[in-house]
Design a binder for this molecule. Structure first.
Ligand code: ME8
Length: 517
């Protein structure tokens, strides 16, 4: 074992009832940035994503597609797997709940819950939303003008269900959950979600139905296979299946408890109430943190299949490039808030932040170095206060970005980095190296060294967000692979190092002109 600090982050596992859209790409992006940052920062990282393949919703979607559930899930799961390449994600594994090891893990957890005395057989009579795969109390539902009863975060339809069911004694866990939230103030973020969960638990918990008998696509209950485990009990367990549960001698068990489960705001009740209660009942430590991301709309509208307005990650990255889309998603909206995906805003950021600010800084600096400094890292003379100020701000960025990443405040990390980029652009204008070429070439060289060194530091921090673009820029600064981790953050550029020919990394986006008139 490595002896390094571990970091384990997970995405929600995606239902395979539909193909992925930008909303699905979002949680995985946040995890990817954290995983990449932590790897560069010396952590022993495990990053997990995957697909949630059981339950009534998936069974119905398979039937509607005229396919067997297994063939259907194989097909749709592949489209989520393909998304990893499309968005340049770097998970360590992709889990599917139809894997054998996952059945074993769910059944082992079930047996622990039984042994704890938290499972009993009864009969469920109440409301169920197949879309949410969630049970709702009568007072959580409302009947709309169309006469349909609805409930839940997106007001999906519910149906009446009456069937034999095993229950988990969730009602007995309220006080222990409240105590757990109290002792672990970082467990639920952002703060508004924490308040929402605490008041839900304070309102009193009902026992939770954890098996169904009206369909068969799922993990059978040990010893009573007519019962299929509730899909959320099955799905949540994926996070420990990955670590080898119940075999705590599995080397991957070192990653449990997870550092951050990233989830959508619609599924926090499952992650912040049910999941820690199941784990505590089974004698397993709950995760350290659950961060709830907001939801994307597109051009002001809810993303919906019927409107056909879902942003397809393949189409949008083909048009704008992977890195600009990654940047936009995390820069445009504070993580945790809802956001509106507007094409105009994406183009605005691409041109202003990437092409004009960052791209132009790299381009100006690297082309002067290539043309006027002999294509090598220029010599560094005595530093002025202005030089030291800029270098100091770039140096201070690592601590700032590290702290923001630990809060999942990606937009603030990016804002801090772009402030230094703006400082560097102002410094170029103020120092006017093109004028120094005639009056004081040695000073010009120092200015160019300060700029190249600032770009190096900034770009080391851009790596987790825009890996390919950062890599191209670091290549142009001849920063070798082994000097790109944060242990090498203070390893300055060495004057005289030969540099390759510079090339633009962030072209401006120009709307394709309408057919020539
Ligand atoms: O909930 N914007 O799966 P899922 C942002 N299988 N995020 C969005 C979004 C949008 N427009 N639409 C969906 C499930 N999401 C369960 C998870 S975890 C043990 C099981 C997010 O495919 C949504 O909030 O319905 C959720 O976090 C994720 O996509 C997966 O949704």
């Amino acid at each position: 074992m490595s002896g390094r600090n571990t970091f384990y982050t997970t995405t929600p596992i995606y239902y395979v009832n539909d193909v992925p859209h930008i909303g699905h790409a979002y949680a995985t992006l946040a995890c990817d940035v954290m995983a990449r940052f932590k790897r560069l920062d010396g952590f022993d990282v495990h990053f997990l994503t995957g697909t949630d393949e059981h339950g009534q919703k998936v069974e119905k979607a398979a039937a509607a597609a005229g396919m067997s559930p297994q063939a259907f899930t194989d097909k749709v799961s592949q489209s989520f797997h393909d998304l990893l390449g499309v968005m340049n994600y770097s998970p360590d594994n992709f889990i599917r709940t139809t894997e054998k090891r996952h059945y074993a893990s769910c059944q082992a957890l079930w047996e622990k819950l039984v042994a704890s005395g938290d499972i009993y057989l009864g009969k469920y009579a109440g409301w169920y939303s197949v879309r949410d795969e969630a049970f709702y109390a009568e007072d959580e539902t409302t009947v709309g003008p169309d006469g349909k009863r609805r409930a839940g975060p997106v007001n999906n339809e519910v149906e009446w269900v009456e069937e034999p069911s095993y229950f988990f004694k969730l009602s007995a866990w309220g006080d222990r959950l409240l105590e757990f939230y109290e002792k672990n103030p970082r467990f639920i973020a952002p703060e508004s979600r924490r308040n929402e969960i605490i008041s839900f638990v304070k309102g009193g918990l009902q026992d939770l139905s954890v098996s169904r008998t009206s369909f068969s696509w799922g993990v059978p209950v040990p010893g009573d296979p007519k019962h299929i485990m509730y899909v959320w009990l099955d799905a949540l367990t994926n996070y420990i299946t990955e670590c080898g549960y119940p075999d705590e001698s599995n080397p991957l068990w070192r990653f449990w408890p997870a550092d951050v489960h990233v989830v959508g705001k619609d599924i926090i009740r499952f992650h912040c109430v049910y999941w820690p209660a199941f784990l505590m009942s089974a004698g397993v430590a709950p995760p350290k943190r659950v961060f709830a991301s907001g939801w994307w709309t597109t051009e002001g509208q809810k993303i919906s299949k019927s409107l056909g307005n879902a942003i397809d990650p393949i189409a949008v990255t083909n048009e704008f490039g992977v890195d600009p889309v990654r940047y936009f998603l995390l820069r445009e909206v504070p993580f945790g808030n809802d956001g509106d995906f507007q094409r105009r805003a994406l183009i605005g950021r691409l041109n202003a932040d990437l092409a004009n600010a960052y791209g132009n800084l790299c381009q100006r600096v690297l082309s002067i170095v290539a043309k006027n400094c002999g294509s090598v890292v220029p010599p560094k003379g005595a530093l002025t206060d202005e030089d030291k100020a800029l270098l100091g701000r770039a140096q201070g960025l690592l601590a700032t970005v590290r702290a923001e990443i630990d809060e999942q405040a990606f937009h603030r990390a990016l804002t801090a980095i772009w402030e230094v980029i703006a400082d560097a652009n102002r410094y170029v204008d103020a120092q006017a190296p093109w004028a120094l070429a005639k009056t004081d070439p040695a000073r010009r060289d120092t200015v160019m060294w300060v700029l190249a060194e600032t770009i190096r530091r900034v770009t080391l921090l851009v790596q987790p967000f825009m890996p390919d673009s950062a890599s191209k820029i670091l290549e142009q600064l001849a920063v070798p692979q082994e000097a790109r981790a944060y242990t090498a953050f203070d390893q300055e550029l060495v004057p005289g190092t030969a540099l390759p020919k510079p090339q633009g990394v962030f072209p401006r986006y120009v709307e394709p002109t309408k057919a020539a008139s």
